[in-house]
Design a protein around this ligand. Structure first.
Ligand SMILES: Nc1ncnc2c1ncn2[C@@H]1O[C@H](COP(=O)(O)OP(=O)(O)OP(=O)(O)O)[C@@H](O)[C@H]1O
Ligand SMILES: [Mg+2]
Length: 508
């Protein structure tokens, strides 16, 4: 018992794994069940029609006998002759007629053998029958009197459908009135054989159609699986070096078009991320090489001959500057790498005036040095403290990066505007504006990228690494906000930070 169960389980597991086997089995089973249902219905219809035919034969034979008797003047002596004629006329018919009053057997066909106990309990009143027998009429009779016939199986297995009727004969030539007990039987074995034959045909049709359905199902399943396999083969061919390759949409089955498109979009995103990553690593290598080259060069020159203590000091002082720049750059890169991993924010309501004042405080001396004025304007909603929902240190860092850039580009004698504007929905917009050279439209969409610097002349300079605005964008993205720039030849360059406000918890 156990090994059979194990084999069955293995088969079920194999079936669950194979799409081809599942589809083939499903098509075979469904078509088999449909054919079986149709066949069984047809068998039932055939059985009921064959029964109706036997009943019709019995009822019409009875009526012919009644008519023949009437034609022979209702003479009981004519009964044997009339019964013989009826049996001769209808091959499968057998009959027996008994005189009810005398209890005498008037006629019995040679092969009639139905015992009295097997006769139907209900005797049909033959005088009430219509002169012509049709299927609807026999149905009506059955409704009126109950089942007209019974089935009797002889000991040797031959089957008979049996009918019993009573026929009153009027008094004739001094003879008293009498009643005939008539029993008619029709052999139904041939109809049964017909049904058995029909069932055999059904079984053959079932096997053939199941086999055909299985073959068709297999072909359909193969076709489906081939498409899926083609999909998989292309997918497995695509590596890092050919990320530009896409799944072909032509010839793909409609059902696979959507997943093919989704897969192609995923490749687009992967390629994009991959391109950015390679650009990032080459920029990184380039930006690290410049300060390291400077440091190496200065150290080699210093070591080329003996120097005084002041000279060594000057070399070290200049090296410290480079070290600071390198350390700042590595710090910025670490910040961006951490921001990429979406760290949890320590967000709370931050007093806008206080936060911006901190930034102004940091840059006051530098601004003075550049002869630039820092102006701060914090607007407030009526009856409310101006505030923003943010991680305070990140907010200060983002605004500081903007002010640091503005100070680099604002001409002496101008001012830098820091403007904060909270809205009723809890969101807040912070603007940092400076006069100075505008950012060309082609650079504007790219200056927020890592290591991107718009100013070609400054590209290799040691002053900036091009990470400041990338950090600004990362900070705003962590807050669910946006960072944008407006810069045109006529007006100031304005950086706009939008903080969306306190997020609504998903449950409410
Ligand atoms: N206020 C501004 N006016 C004109 N150009 C600007 C301004 N702010 C930024 N830019 C341009 O955008 C580029 C990117 O700025 P970002 O702050 O990312 O880098 P950086 O300032 O060069 O270096 P870092 O900030 O890492 O020290 C700058 O190199 C500059 O070309
Ligand atoms: Mg900067």
């Amino acid at each position: 018992m156990k090994p059979a169960g194990g084999a069955l389980q293995r088969l079920a597991r194999a079936l669950r794994r194979s799409l081809t086997a599942q589809i083939t089995l499903a098509v075979t089973l469904v078509s088999g069940v449909i054919i079986l249902l149709v066949g069984l219905t047809m068998d039932r219809i055939l059985a009921s029609e064959l029964r109706e035919e036997s009943e019709l034969l019995l009822v019409s034979s009875l009526m012919i006998l009644r008519e023949d008797l009437a034609a022979s003047g209702n003479d009981p002596a004519a009964v044997p002759r009339l019964v013989a004629r009826a049996v001769q006329r209808t091959r499968r018919l057998e009959a027996e007629v008994v005189d009810e009053q005398q209890g005498r057997l008037l006629a019995k066909s040679r092969r009639f053998r139905v015992p009295p106990a097997a006769l139907p309990p209900q005797a049909l009143a033959a005088e009430t029958l219509p002169s012509e027998a049709t299927v609807p009429q026999t149905e009506e009779l059955a409704q009126r009197y109950g089942p007209l016939t019974t089935l009797w199986i002889a000991p040797d297995g031959v089957r008979y459908r049996v009918l019993r009727a009573r026929l009153p004969l009027p008094a004739t030539q001094g003879q008293p009135p009498r009643t005939l007990q008539i029993a008619l039987a029709v052999e139904t074995t041939p109809t049964r054989e017909l049904r058995a034959h029909n069932r055999q045909n059904l079984a053959v049709a079932l096997c053939v159609s199941a086999a055909l359905a299985g073959i068709f199902g297999l072909a359909i399943a193969r076709e489906i699986v081939v498409s899926v396999r083609r999909f998989g083969a292309t997918a497995s061919r695509i590596g890092a070096s050919d990320l530009h390759e896409r799944m072909p949409l032509e010839g793909a089955p409609t059902e696979l078009v959507e997943s093919t498109q989704a897969f192609n979009h995923m490749l687009d995103r992967l390629q994009n991320a991959f391109d950015r990553l390679s650009a990032f690593s080459s920029d990184l290598a380039h930006d690290l090489r410049t300060p390291l080259g400077n440091l190496l060069g200065e150290a080699q020159v210093a070591l080329s001959r003996p120097r005084s203590a002041e000279e060594y000091r000057a070399v070290l002082e200049s090296a410290v500057e480079e070290y600071e720049r390198l350390s700042r750059m590595i710090g910025n890169m670490l910040f961006l790498a951490r921001a990429d991993r979406q760290p949890a924010l320590a967000a709370h309501w931050v007093d806008l005036a206080e936060a911006l004042q901190r930034v102004v405080g940091y840059f006051e001396l530098l601004a003075e040095e550049h002869r630039v004025v820092l102006q701060m304007r914090v607007q407030a909603l009526p009856g409310a403290e101006p505030r923003v929902w943010a991680d305070e240190s990140m907010l200060v860092r983002a605004v500081s990066n903007l002010v640091s850039n503005a100070l680099r580009y604002a001409p002496a004698g101008t001012s830098i505007q820091l403007d904060a504007q909270p809205a009723t929905d809890g969101s807040c917009t912070i603007r940092v504006a400076n006069d100075g050279p505008p950012i060309a439209p082609e650079h504007q969409p790219r200056i927020f990228e890592r290591f991107y610097r718009a100013d070609a002349a400054r590209h290799h300079s040691a002053s900036g690494s091009g990470l400041g605005l990338a950090i600004v964008r990362s900070i705003l993205e962590l807050h669910g906000g946006t960072a944008a720039v407006h810069s045109a030849p006529a007006g100031p360059t304005v950086f706009i930070l939008r903080f969306p406000g306190k997020p609504v918890p998903p449950s409410s």
